[in-house]
Write a protein that binds this ligand. Sequence first.
Ligand code: GLN
Ligand code: ZN
Length: 768
Amino acid sequence: MIATHILGFPRMGAQRELKFALEAYWRGETQPSDLERVGRELRARHWALQREAGLDWVTVGDFAFYDHVANHIQLLGCEPARFAFRPETEELDRYFTLARGRAARGTEPGAAALEMTKWFDTNYHYLVPEWTPDTCFQLGSQRLFEEVAEAQALGHPVKVALLGPLTFLWLGKVRGPHFHRLSLLERLLPVYGQILARLKAMGVTWVQLDEPILGLELPPEWRQAFEPAYARLTGGPQLLLATYFSPLQDQLNLACRLPVQGLHIDAVRAPEEVATVADWLPAHKVLSLGLIDGRNIWRCNPDGVLETLGRLQAGPRRSLWLAPSCSLLHVPLDVTPETALDGEVKSWLAFAQQKLEELSLLATAMNQGEGAVAPGLAAARAAWASRQASSRVHQPWMGETLARITPAMGERQSPYPQRAALQASRLALPLFPTTTIGSFPQTKEIRHLRREFRAGHLGESAYREGIRQEIAYTVRTQEALGLDVLVHGEGERNDMVEYFGEQLEGFAFSGNGWVQSYGSRCVKPPILFGDVYRPRPMTVEWITYAASLTEKPMKGMLTGPVTILNWSFVRDDQPRAVTCRQIALAIREEVQDLEGAGIPIIQIDEAALREGLPLRRSAWQGYLDWAVDAYRLAANGVEDRTQIHTHMCYSEFNDIIAAIARMDADVITIETSRSHMELLEAFENFRYPNAIGPGVYDIHSPRIPTREAMEDLINRAAQRIPRERLWVNPDCGLKTRQWQEVLPALVNMVAAARELREQANTCPPQAS
Ligand code: GLN
Ligand code: ZN
């Protein structure tokens, strides 16, 4: 018999009930008991869905009000001492103080919240535990046990999901004096032991311990720590070691050997490891196969799954479980209400609820024969076949178009120094030219305008007129501020990926396909289902209009192919690299149209280039090669006199600086102000050859930087980058800020650049 389970489920609810309950609570409008009730209702509903679909267990422990790592910090009693919580402070208040720097009800003095960072290669962000040599652990919260009791009271068979001890330690960061965080394992394991004993006493038979770090390249001491650690966790409930997001490669043997009763592997990311695991995993252990893609929204290929399961069942007798590859946290909840989606595209999709149905369909087909689920199976086969063959997915001419791509198409005509000279004479910019990253404040009025237009309450021409007025205001304002390179302000864009996806062929959009990003924040990624191409220009009208209003150079603003790819749900029937190349060709056409319309500067944002890096460093170069090639294809088909900018909003460049240099943008703008230009160290060891605009205005903060502070930052940058190649700009787009913050900040920024120009006139450049 093949059993079915999931590793975790989305938390937000069909109408994002959790988001709204949290935000009301944070605003002080509701009581803790109201929030707890919403949590209880959501858990009950989600467990019921699992049981109704026929899963063998409900998974408990995956729910969190903010983040599951934060839950573990409380469960394991390791809230950082720096928060100095008073003994009487409630658990929920401490929880939100860790997450947001303040308890909702505002009794606790503010503290800097825990750092937040990306959960492996997903767009989910977790709260980073903090380790010091004094960190101790103890059973710090009853919440997990209460949730187990809740599920049991509802009559559900329970499997508990927890982070494994090694992954939990790995995810944290050392604060203060340096020490080896692995040395905390000795103190941590007894608490895991207590938790497992408690769960066993409650009648829990299976506990899933997530150790996704087994998919990373681990230092030897971490690898060696697994066996002795797990040897100390025996005697409680049966343990399922869960790995995901990556092949295990040289750690596969270790995973098979650990003293646990079962192993889950991500058979979507590592189909090639299934046979080896089946071979190496002792026959008395459960093998849980993640054959349903937990990271994407496509219905599965039922015959592919059945064939794999059939092959394993024909081998030595063992217990097989069928599961999604990873937690379903990373997909939206339910596709059924998506009535606005094209019917054919919708028939190809499986969100979390549909994935539960897939599990039960396939397990039943295995256990009772295909006849038991004939109609469901026929429908699944038809959906799969239709996507493989659909003319919505495959354009007959695409193969030939891609085959015509040559490396020369990604090359600029001349090397940077020659281009730079031509651009300098065309643009006549001063030293330390000032610009912005593209968007200006998205006021209530703009958002209203877009909403009314989308809802059909506002006609096309009235909408266009509204956007033109907005552009005109933005251009006038930039002229008054004295900025050197202007932008149109992006008022017509709700989102830098959605805006382009909506105009390109090959994309669809859900109405409610939300995925948690962090806390109460969700994103709704576009669905890239088919060959991508550009039926018509996307930005030219707005940007040429903006250019017509000023004598100053106007910078056209586009989103790059890698970012569009990385922020979408992407088709799985061809390599990502191929999909990225299609997007690149579409953006290239837009770049060339802008150039043809006389736009002298074009910026192509690649905010998500870094996000696409594979988990294993050994796979980085392969990704960077095709990602940078795609960017180059999009950007570099222009004349020398056209200046290409790119923008990235993060500051960790050290390890990918060579790839960034290979993009060969004339100007790159990056985030630096928060790190006080520390990132420029990357530019110390590697002489970045082109121009750089290190952000001097932290747009994530409402603070208005002074002229002196910005001058200081530019001066620091000038110690590492010749001033002839320095630009002055904010860290990122200004769309989330208010005009009353942006105006004085930009006044100061322009003044800082002017002051530095003055100084430069009296002090000759240093040799560099
Ligand atoms: N051009 C975009 C903007 O200014 C860039 C946004 C981003 O980097 N995330 O909003
Ligand atoms: Zn940015």
